[in-house]
Design a protein around this ligand. Structure first.
Ligand SMILES: [Fe+2]
Length: 191
């Protein structure tokens, strides 16, 4: 379920908006210059190769990148592998990477082909938690304070768009604000 939950930046318990209505989500985010969109979902995307997924979305990608702004387009994917004894460590490592507040020098543009992840956008006095699922496109403007939670059992496929090869590098603020907010797993189980 795609979800937007807006909370006061100083008090996560102060929930101001909670909606899974795509249109409302798009409208609320657009007020802050954040682009939210939907592309058609591929059945069984999780079992498709990254090459096949990029080929499938070639038209959507070309449309989004009409100006040629994004020079590096790839796929990031992680799936649970309970047969691998190192999986819990791999999952925790991947999850911890962007769990603290940071910003990037360029827009963070992601299309979720499958699975889910939550972007937390720290916009002024509020935090917008956006749970993205298969079919969701999110573009977070450069410089926006944010963090990302892939949950305790990371499982997603995302097309990433970069202007520079190192566009994913985060500038961490050192603020531990993320620790005071519900995790992806908690957001999903909230009433
Ligand atoms: Fe980021």
């Amino acid at each position: 379920m795609t979800l937007l939950q807006v909370m006061a930046a100083g008090d996560a318990a102060d929930v101001r908006v909670r909606t899974s209505d795509d249109e409302v989500i798009g409208t609320e985010l657009a007020k802050h210059g954040v682009t939210f969109g939907r592309w058609p979902v591929v059945e069984n995307a999780a079992s498709a190769s990254s090459e096949d997924l990029l080929a499938h979305y070639a038209t959507n990608v070309a449309e989004l990148n009409g100006s040629g702004r994004y020079k590096h387009i790839d796929i990031a994917r992680i799936h649970p592998d309970d047969a691998d004894p190192k999986w819990p460590e791999i999952a925790a490592g991947a999850r911890g990477k962007f769990l603290d507040e940071h910003r990037h020098a360029e827009d963070e543009v992601r299309f979720f082909a499958a699975g889910r992840g939550c972007f937390y956008l720290h916009l002024g006095e509020e935090v917008f938690a956006v749970v993205c699922e298969g079919g969701d496109l999110l573009s977070v403007p450069a410089g926006t304070l944010h963090w990302f939670d892939m949950g305790q059992r990371p499982d997603f496929i995302a097309i990433r768009f970069f202007e520079e090869a190192d566009g994913w590098v985060g500038d961490f603020t050192g603020d531990k604000i993320s620790a005071g907010f519900p995790t992806l797993d908690e957001l999903l189980t909230a009433p």
